[in-house]
Design a binder for this molecule. Structure first.
Ligand code: NAD
Ligand code: MG
Length: 390
């Protein structure tokens, strides 16, 4: 039996992970499941998978969780410290699928246990970069990418020497507005931005796909995870979302990873790694697909990509500031306080202000420093929204 824990179990990645685990209950012992507000889902899954503990990140929801678990053997816990405590419980494999920077601390705690961490939470690497990699190395913990592009690169690199890599190309669907007239982008609605042409995902990453803040985070994630210089990392629009990434080698070969847009592939690869076993995903019918198309992203349409280049060039804690400002800007768009294009404006403003005053490039990488930069960037982003858009 393998002991597994799922952070963000009630979300899109979490539910896909549970789908795979529940197909093979004899193989897995579930240690902890965590969620935020969806207590009914969290409790139901914890009971049916016989988890040791269910944790909600919301302290005020502890009584509701206790009530939902009444009569079962599952323990109930709540709050950020309870998430850390769940990460410290011995496990063989942990899925990191909280959305946002909130995923960083529990992921680090799991790595400190030497646990294999399957990383869907890209914010962990964007904010925690070298600290996360160092923690994994120091504790001999495996860190496996679950973001589909990074899983694809990881798979294309099996048996290869990273020094022979000339470039990494990650693909992007282009999101909800890839064919929208640019002039109309200022007025798109949250509902329009929340519908993805190819993938079924949580609302926040779906909107981030429309703005390409998701691809911006993924460029930074690629740099951090594979340790490759930013000028060797490209993003290309591939509307079919069937090639997830390509790795170009010194001899001119380009290795592409193809698969259906179903996250159970990348999750299952990380779950079964280093083996491959059968997964319940569709098989591609190439003749039916007919053709695959590509085009360069227009930086006017996707200013987030330009910001990502600046963040990669600056390095240090700039990633943490970028992500935190983006999270607040996204809240602002979802709450109707700012428009779709204002998100990139707000983030750019926060980065400008913080890079000139707050020494992001040179501050040492510690969890405390990351969390204080994260908090400061949130404050600055709220100020930018309040002063400009209210
Ligand atoms: P989601 O919104 O569907 O689920 C998020 C999960 O995190 C839920 O369980 C929620 O309860 C929990 N959560 C939310 N806020 C929290 C907080 N402050 N503290 C603790 N828990 C909290 O998100 P998702 O689409 O499953 O994405 C999860 C992560 O995986 C994100 O980092 C996303 O970028 C990444 N990712 C997702 C996909 C996808 O297909 N959905 C693909 C690649 C990467
Ligand atoms: Mg991705």
């Amino acid at each position: 039996m393998r002991r597994v824990t799922i952070f963000g179990a009630t979300g899109s990645i979490g539910q896909n992970t549970i789908d795979l685990i529940a197909r093979d209950p004899e193989q897995y012992d579930v240690v902890a499941l965590t969620g935020a507000r969806n207590i009914a889902q969290l409790a139901n899954d914890a009971i049916s998978l016989r988890a040791e503990v269910a944790v909600t990140s919301e302290p005020s929801l502890l009584p509701a969780l206790k009530q939902a678990l009444a009569g079962s053997d599952v323990e109930a816990a709540a709050g950020p410290e309870a998430l850390i405590e769940a990460a410290a419980r011995p496990a063989d494999w942990v899925m990191s699928a909280i959305v946002g920077a909130a995923g960083l601390a529990p992921g680090l705690r799991a790595l400190e246990q030497g646990t294999c961490l399957a990383l869907a939470n890209k914010e962990t690497l964007v904010c925690g970069g070298s600290l996360v990699l160092r923690t994994a190395r120091d504790h001999k913990a495996n860190l496996l990418p679950v973001d589909s592009e990074h899983s694809a690169v990881f798979q294309a690199l099996v048996g290869e020497n990273i020094d022979a890599v000339e470039r990494i190309v990650i693909t992007a669907s282009g999101g909800a507005f890839r064919d929208h007239p640019i002039e109309a982008l200022a007025n798109v609605t949250v509902a329009e931005a929340s519908s993805h042409p190819n993938w079924d995902m949580g609302q926040r990453i779906t909107i981030d796909s429309a703005s390409m803040f998701n691809k911006a985070l993924e460029l930074i994630e690629t740099k951090e995870y594979f340790g490759i210089s930013p000028d060797r990392i490209e993003a290309v629009i591939h509307p079919e979302s069937l090639i997830h990434a390509l790795v170009g080698f010194a001899d001119g070969a380009l290795m592409a990873h193809l698969g259906p847009p179903d996250m159970r592939h990348a999750i299952g690869y990380a779950l079964n790694w280093p083996e491959r076993t059968e997964l319940p995903v569709d098989r591609l019918d190439l003749a039916k697909i007919g053709q695959l198309t590509f085009r360069d992203p227009d930086l006017q349409r996707y200013p987030a990509l330009k910001l990502a280049r600046e963040v990669m060039a600056a390095g240090g804690l700039t990633g943490a500031a970028f992500n935190a400002a983006k999270e607040i800007a996204l809240d602002g768009f979802i709450d109707g306080r700012i428009g779709f294009l204002d998100m990139a404006e707000v983030v750019a403003r926060v980065l400008d202000r913080m890079s000139s005053t707050d020494g992001l490039e040179n501050a040492p990488f510690s969890l405390d420093n990351i969390l204080s930069v994260d908090a400061l960037a949130r404050t600055r982003a709220k100020e930018a929204i309040a002063t400009t858009y209210s």
